[in-house]
Design a protein around this ligand. Structure first.
Ligand SMILES: Cc1cc2nc3c(=O)[nH]c(=O)nc-3n(C[C@H](O)[C@H](O)[C@H](O)COP(=O)(O)O)c2cc1C
Length: 355
């Protein structure tokens, strides 16, 4: 039985060239944990899927996009109803030539949306690059630009400099990378809404961080957000690329099982993140060890490399948000979206500010 669609400014914006979207929920791009399979299942379920391009090169990204197109049965000339996400800092590290190659892979595949996170001030040029490429196509397109922010100051830059179509407000509860100084998500959404009071003029604001069910999404809609981004909730789907060991560690975790730290990246040598960025992951044996004063990082790095090879999650980095305690079983991404949709319908009360 099909469920009633829920419209917000976010779904109205995306539905112009996307017949799949039914609810204002986005499946987060998750570098190291998601790809074309998870993103397409999220889209097919009626939410909005993203492929992470963060650590990929253009050839691998193009392959992922081919897989997505086949799974969604969308012809090459039509809009691909999902998005691709880039790390601003990584594009900068790779240099403009590689960065444009990576962005062109998405543009030439007609992806509907492009997402930027962990960027710095000079990088709004990439939004202009996309708009220009869109205007110069034989058939003009309007790639939707999502910009992830962790403060009001960044939200204002996203609106004024990036001219973002959608703002993702990421709070301190979020799994994976985030900002050390990020406020709790409710606080962040509320201060961004106050800084951008004109509901007609501001882009849709999505809440991200620690959200695991439809009732929480409904709360954010009542607050004035136009939708939500969920990452951790999808980590225990068969389509997530996390290992079996990581998925069982996630299922065993409770809501107090995570911690934010820069040491996760240090312990597995994924360096290069901008100052002020850290990440939230499972507070496993690895985390407890690097919290101790007399830890030897070199020995710990070897342990992490060995454990990662053997899929031993106690010494692996497993990113997860504060909503991890809600993960009870492995479930297909389409079924997760359906469950969220049902919960959202149950708890959703039309709020004029958000609809
Ligand atoms: C495993 C994992 C990987 C992530 N990778 C990315 C990424 O590649 N790009 C990005 O912008 N955000 C990434 N994030 C953060 C998400 O965009 C989102 O803000 C977060 O998942 C929301 O919080 P939640 O996990 O508590 O739902 C990642 C999160 C997780 C859990």
């Amino acid at each position: 039985m099909s469920l009633k669609a829920i419209a917000t400014p976010f779904t109205r914006l995306l539905s112009r060239s996307n017949s799949f979207l039914q609810i204002p929920i986005v499946g987060a791009p998750m570098a190291g944990a998601s790809g074309a399979k998870l993103a397409t299942e999220v889209t097919l379920g009626g939410a909005y899927g993203f492929i992470p391009a963060g650590y990929r090169d253009a050839a691998v990204l193009r392959k992922e996009l081919d897989i997505a197109r086949q799974l969604l049965r969308v012809p090459p000339t039509a809009t691909l109803p999902l998005g691709v996400a880039y790390f601003g800092w990584k594009l900068k590290e790779q240099g403009d030539a590689v960065a444009t190659e990576l962005l062109d892979a998405s543009l030439q595949n007609n992806v509907q949306a492009i997402w930027f996170s962990f960027w710095d001030k000079g990088q709004s040029k990439w939004a202009r690059y996309i708009r220009e490429a869109d205007a110069n196509r034989p058939e003009p397109r309007n790639t939707i630009i999502f910009v992830l922010v962790t403060s009001v100051e960044e939200a204002l830059l996203a609106v004024n400099e990036w001219k973002a179509d959608v703002i993702v407000a990421q709070g301190m509860e979020a799994g994976g990378h985030g900002a050390v100084q990020a406020p709790p998500i409710r606080e962040l959404v509320s201060s961004i809404l106050s800084a951008l009071p004109d509901a007609e003029k501001r882009p849709p604001i999505l809440a991200a961080g620690g959200i695991s069910n439809g009732s929480q999404v409904a709360e954010f809609l009542r607050q004035g957000a136009s939708g939500a981004v969920l990452g951790t909730r999808f980590l225990v789907s068969p389509e997530s690329t996390y290992t079996a060991g990581q998925k069982s560690a996630l299922l065993a975790a409770t809501s107090d099982s995570t911690v934010r730290s820069v040491k996760f990246d240090e312990s597995r040598n994924t360096l290069g993140w901008p100052e002020g960025a850290d990440g939230r992951g499972l507070r496993n044996a690895l985390a407890k060890e690097f919290e101790s004063r007399d830890v030897n990082m070199d020995t710990l790095k070897k342990k992490v490399a060995e454990a990662t090879k053997k899929d031993e999650p106690d010494y692996m980095v497993t990113w997860a948000g504060l909503g991890v305690g809600a993960l009870k079983e492995i479930k297909g991404a389409q079924d997760i979206v359906r469950e969220l949709h049902e919960e959202l319908l149950q708890h959703h009360v039309t709020a004029k500010s958000s609809l």
